[in-house]
Design a protein around this ligand. Structure first.
Ligand code: HEC
Length: 212
């Protein structure tokens, strides 16, 4: 009777299932499987450490707090700065590489050099759906200057630029000029799961099913 209760307690606490699956994994898979969990601590995501895409994924840090839409969506009745387009584009190009715009040492160019981090949505006319603004602020469609503000607030960890500023107009003009040369599927990391294709662990892992 006591033994049955102990077994029940173990099962409900998960201890018994854990130790059973641990035994099942012990041989012969663990030796051949570079991603097999070695301890309880690594069970959750045994491939994380071996994923070469993880460090390159600028989205990783962004999956956190909700963003206040008041900071990134156009206020009513705002008046954007208007000026000579060519001059704004060249000023915007300078600002794009300016690390003093952020509070974390990054510039827009840190992530977006050679069209880095742009997903296929960037090819579409604005306003359009952008995964990051949807995930972080529940915004269904953004204008380009809102997208600039979003990247100012989230990845650049800075204050949004004044809506009528020359700076915002310049960055918007410059990113619009980048958009003209953008080809979808240029970015090898897919929008939904940028790491899936580059993660060497799952296909080589004969025990994948047992780990989960
Ligand atoms: C830490 C990296 C990082 C920095 C720095 C950064 N961005 Fe971004 N940006 C991203 C990511 C990631 C996306 C893709 C979001 C998505 O598609 O879900 C993006 C998307 C964009 C888009 C296009 C969205 C679309 O699909 O239409 C624009 C435009 C943009 N950023 C402008 C800027 C500007 C301007 C700056 C500097 C003020 C900047 N970004 C700084 C990471 C960054």
């Amino acid at each position: 009777m006591k033994q049955t209760m102990l077994a029940k307690a173990l099962i409900s606490s998960g201890a018994l299932t854990l130790s059973l699956s641990g035994m099942a994994l012990a041989a012969p898979c663990r030796a051949s499987n570079p991603c097999a969990p070695r301890s309880g601590a690594t069970r959750m995501n045994p491939c994380a450490a071996k994923n070469p895409c993880a460090a390159k994924n600028p989205c990783a840090a962004a999956i956190a707090d909700r963003v206040d839409t008041g900071l990134v969506l156009r206020p009513k009745h705002y008046r954007p700065y208007r000026g000579d387009q060519t001059k704004l584009v060249s000023y915007g190009e300078k600002l794009f590489k300016d690390t003093t715009l952020s509070s974390n040492g990054m510039s827009c160019n840190t992530c977006h050099q050679d069209y880095g981090a742009f997903q296929n949505t960037f090819a579409q006319p604005y306003p359009h759906f952008v995964q990051m603004t949807h995930d972080r602020a529940n915004v269904k469609a953004v204008h380009l200057n809102e997208m600039v503000q979003f990247c100012m607030v989230v990845p650049m960890a800075a204050k949004p630029l004044p809506w009528n500023s020359k700076e915002l107009a310049a960055l918007t003009a410059y990113t619009a000029s980048l958009q003209k040369g953008f080809k979808p599927n240029r970015n090898p990391c897919a929008a939904k799961n940028p790491c899936a294709a580059q993660n060497p662990c799952p296909p080589k892992n004969p025990c994948a099913a047992e780990i989960h």
